[in-house]
Design a protein around this ligand. Structure first.
Ligand code: MG
Length: 244
């Protein structure tokens, strides 16, 4: 069984945030019988938008490894989870959003920080270039924050002193609990390995993708970031050529 973990921002999804250019890539991966796992700093609500547009049914990893969402009835066996709702079993690995926002609110004035929790939807649209509909979905945060802007350096250390983790993504800084995309990747792989032998792949572009790239058999980087075991490609389309 082949399982591929895909970063979204600047990997599967381009500057205009449209799912359209990803359609032929996803179609091809499905034809090659890949299980397609989104592994992104995006929220559950944002990822559900892309899952719907691209007709993806597999589990997905939200907010930089903070939680794994597993559709109910997806795996034919029982496993441990943190909580469930009507649609998913949820394995939580990070910190809940109120804790993260409270920590940021305490230091935001000192460092001149702007993030989702202290921005209006208009400001979010300006910082991210997200269209209004997607900006609204990005603001439904459960486990992480994104720092769009800062006036003074040193905020990373201040947040780390408070038990949080700060990682540079492809656009901004991400703040989470003590988790990463790799931890969540390993959990998903261990679930798949209960139903058969797994060959694992991942594609990313940013420093926050490194733990995910470390966790798989075959890693690809869109762009120039260097990683000892990953192959650099110019666009995600190139992985299809490699896999033919
Ligand atoms: Mg990215």
């Amino acid at each position: 069984m082949k399982v591929i973990f895909l970063d979204l921002d600047k990997t599967l999804i381009g500057e205009d945030y449209s799912p359209e250019p990803a359609k032929p890539i996803i179609e091809k991966l499905k034809k090659l019988e890949f299980k397609i796992i989104f592994n992104s700093s995006k929220t559950r609500a944002e990822q559900e938008y892309y899952r719907e547009a691209l007709n993806i049914k597999e589990p997905f990893i939200v907010e930089n490894g903070s939680a794994v969402y597993i559709p109910k009835d997806y795996f034919p066996f029982n496993f441990k989870f943190t909580r469930e709702d009507a649609d998913y079993y949820i394995i939580e690995l990070g910190e809940r959003y109120p804790v993260i926002k409270e920590t940021l609110d305490k230091i935001s004035e000192d460092f001149g920080l702007k993030y989702y929790g202290n921005s209006s939807i208009e400001e979010v649209m300006k910082f991210t270039n997200l269209p209004r509909k997607l900006a609204r979905l990005a603001m439904i945060r459960e486990y992480s924050e994104t720092i769009f802007k800062w006036e003074k350096e040193g905020f990373e250390r201040a947040l780390e002193r408070n038990g949080l983790k700060v990682v540079k993504g492809s656009r901004f800084y991400n703040v989470t609990g003590k988790t990463d995309k790799g931890k969540a990747t390993k959990i998903v792989l261990s679930l798949y390995s209960k139903i058969g032998e797994v060959e694992s792949y991942a594609v990313g572009d940013g420093l926050n993708d490194v733990p995910m790239l470390d966790a798989v058999d075959f890693a690809f980087i869109v762009g120039d970031l260097k990683h000892p075991n990953a192959k650099n490609i110019r666009s995600i389309k190139e992985i299809l050529e490699v896999m033919e």
